[in-house]
Design a protein around this ligand. Structure first.
Ligand code: SF4
Length: 710
């Protein structure tokens, strides 16, 4: 594996810098070293913990990429032309004032991202509520972990992706991964599962035989959209086979009887008819988990991104509770967070219904606390806004926003029913995009603002285990770009805010975030950058008050050991039933389409498609399909195919994969234009989390016509 280097000089005053990868929530440690006079080199900080994946090794390549934006762009006569910061920011502020004066503050919306640092996510939410006064703010994390977060809140009273340190998994004899493919999405994670793999205790639930499933002792491949039924079946098997942990259920939970009343009707043979997973395999899964001294149930997007995502995760949590796993040292339930700051990004106020510290925006006490930190009246804070897809879907409509500011997101590629989203963006009076490259969404903008990236700025992120990490600056940014904090400061001041209310120094912003989060569920008040610089491993909550007998609070690596976060201290079973996908296959669209990631690319691909090594490895979209299914559609391996659904068609090259279910096609979602997997995905939303059903929709497969292939 070759390490990419950047072509710009490292900070003259800085030697080797210990920092973290710019991509996924594993946030692997890496050291950036000056290499010669004009570049940095990437090295993994902890090879024994799996090192880095190919994306991490290649991360520095984008720092010096010619694709990098270094000057603001303003649309003029239909094209984007270079402009000064003063012209671009002045134009944005003037148009926001005009639109707000004409239609009110909710006419201006903000869309953030799960890759933003904690400081940026915090200041973005404050900018929306205070500088714009809008309720219309949400972020792309709604498309990632929102179902797991809602299910965890319901079950435990608190959501933190992994409520235990990542390294606890190293002692596990059994791990069930539901809808996770870490062998491709975060390969170093597998180093934590070695013991479970060696012990024959890895169970993978995935309709595809992924590289992760290849490593499993037991691969359960349900019909897409039937994970909830499968979880009910394993739960049923565990109880019926006498594996219920009566002591734990009696002492630490409520709601078992109601949940069992539903699950009792889902005996494994019935579940087999719905899911295609053999009853014997369901019983074996229950036995592997129940008989292990240390066992975990972990969920990820494959089982969460459904219109029944919250209930599906609830069913997996029911299984874990029945076996007495959560809140026990060395066992548990957890969610594998996806985006780099998928955890912190959902805690500090860029979500439509939240204020910093994971507080609810409709809670009067929370509003009073945060308004006090911000120096405004609680009544001045807007209420809850629209969720991500509902916000995008409302753009440019009579009741919806007519201006949108986008930070760290590329919804033209990443949102479901993406052709509809592109139409809505085109209907806006003002679209502003802050990005490092000219993403597909930036191409559609009226104003594009070039910003710094990862290694050019300091900031904190919160990884998948709820640990706060310091990402360090190692390079001077290119002349002409600004940090997101500087962009928000400039716009806020132009909109009439006092300059000191929107600091540009990230440590100053973090100090304010600490105060805003104090006393909230995600309490960061005891975290300081000095403690992080000193190498402390701090998992939230970290209250300001010292823990008894200690000079400072040491953080909370393991949640729920004594009690769950509900007022009575007990976890909740959920009485959940199987419903099936919102759009099942039919005569016209007889196949299930599922979507996911590949090793070399990250999310919408806006970054990784611009790294030559990664682009060369996987340059375009493909569709994985069983050879017999391809043949029936008149296709062979390598042919150009159209995957056609109710909302559009995706062009992709056929990859015949004998292990695929004959009723399923798989599309990676990293590619733009006519290759966007999200041209066919279904925006049906979970009623609680408002998560779209990315993971299953109905399609047919056909040869791409001459016209479409061009
Ligand atoms: S696993 Fe994630 S954090 Fe680690 S190197 Fe790969 S992309 Fe980066």
């Amino acid at each position: 594996m070759s390490a990419a280097t950047s072509t710009r000089p490292a900070d003259a005053t800085v030697g080797a810098v210990d920092t973290h990868c710019p991509y996924c929530a594993l946030q692997c440690g890496m050291t950036l070293s000056p290499a010669g006079r004009a570049s940095v080199r990437v090295r993994p900080r902890d090879p024994s913990a799996g090192g880095l994946c190919q994306k991490g090794w290649a991360a520095a390549a984008l720092l010096g990429s010619p694709a990098r934006l270094t000057t603001p762009l303003v649309r003029d006569g239909g094209t984007l032309r270079p402009a000064s910061w003063d012209e671009a920011a002045g134009l944005v502020a003037r148009r926001i004032k005009e639109i707000t004066a004409d239609r009110g503050p909710d006419a201006v919306a903000v869309f953030g991202g799960g890759g933003l640092t904690n400081e940026k996510a915090y200041l973005l939410g404050k900018f929306a509520r205070v500088a714009l006064g809008t309720s219309q703010v949400d972020y792309n994390g709604r498309f990632c972990m929102s179902s797991a977060a809602a299910a965890a809140h319901r079950a435990f009273g608190l959501d933190r992706g992994l409520p235990f340190p990542l390294t606890d998994l190293e002692g596990a004899d059994a791990v069930l991964l539901a809808g996770a493919n870490p062998a491709e999405t975060m390969p170093p994670f597998l180093s934590h599962l070695r013991r479970a793999m060696d012990a024959g205790g890895l169970i993978v639930v995935d309709p595809r035989r992924t590289p992760t499933a290849e490593r499993a002792a037991l691969h359960l491949a349900p019909v897409p959209g039937t994970d909830l039924a499968l979880a009910l079946g394993i739960f049923h098997a565990a109880v019926a086979d006498g594996r219920l942990d009566h002591g734990f259920v009696g002492d630490r939970t409520t709601g078992f009887d109601e949940a069992w009343r539903v699950a009792a009707a889902w005996w494994p043979e019935r579940v087999e008819r719905v899911t295609g997973v053999a009853a014997a395999d369901q019983r074996r899964a229950a036995a592997i988990l129940a008989e292990a001294a240390s066992a975990y149930v972990l969920t990820a997007r494959g089982t969460e991104q459904h219109s029944t995502g919250v209930d599906t995760v609830g069913a997996w949590i029911n299984l874990a509770l029945a076996l007495g796993l959560p809140g026990r040292r060395g066992s548990g339930w957890g969610c594998l967070t996806g985006q780099g700051n998928g955890q912190g990004g959902r805690e500090h106020g860029q979500k439509a219904d939240q204020l910093p510290g994971y507080r609810r925006i409709d809670d009067p006490a929370a509003r009073a606390h945060v308004a006090g930190v911000w120096g405004v009246e609680p009544s001045a804070l807007p209420g809850p806004g629209r969720s991500a897809f509902e916000l995008l879907d409302a753009l440019g409509t009579p009741d919806g926003p007519s201006a949108l500011l986008v930070f760290a997101s590329n919804p033209v590629v990443s949102a479901p029913h993406s052709a509809r989203v592109a139409d809505r963006l085109a209907a806006l009076d003002l679209l502003v995009v802050a990005d490092i490259v000219l993403s597909e969404t930036a191409r559609a903008a009226d104003v594009v603002l070039p910003i710094t990236q990862w290694a050019e700025e300091d900031g904190t992120l919160t990884n998948l285990e709820g640990r706060v990490l310091l990402r360090r600056r190692a390079l001077a940014p290119p002349p002409g770009v600004r940090t997101d904090l500087e962009v928000l400061h400039d716009l806020a001041v132009r909109l009439g805010q006092p300059p000191e209310r929107f600091p540009t120094d990230p440590e100053t912003v973090f100090t304010e975030l600490r105060a805003a989060s104090e006393g909230g569920p995600a309490d960061y008040s005891g975290v300081t950058w000095d403690r992080l610089r000193a190498g402390e491993r701090l998992h939230w909550p970290v209250p300001l008050q010292p823990k008894h007998g200690q000079p400072v609070h040491p953080g909370t690596p393991r949640l729920f050991l004594d009690r769950f976060a509900h007022p009575d201290g007990r976890a909740r079973f959920a009485a959940v039933d199987h419903k099936g996908p919102a759009e099942p296959p039919d005569e016209e669209f007889p196949l299930y389409a599922i979507t996911g990631r590949v090793l070399q690319h990250y999310q919408s691909g806006a970054q990784t498609r611009r790294v030559e090594e990664l682009r060369a490895a996987v340059p375009e979209a493909y569709v994985e399909v069983h050879p017999d299914t391809a043949q029936r559609a008149g296709l062979r391996d390598g042919a150009a195919a159209a995957v056609v659904g109710r909302r559009g068609r995706v062009l992709a090259t056929v990859r015949c994969v004998p292990s695929m279910r004959p009723d399923v096609v798989f599309l990676p979602f990293h590619f733009p234009g006519a290759q966007r997997a999200n041209l066919v995905t279904n925006p049906a939303l979970d009623p609680v989390s408002r998560m779209p059903e990315f993971k299953v929709c109905a399609v047919r497969l056909s040869p791409a016509g001459e016209r479409e292939a061009q």
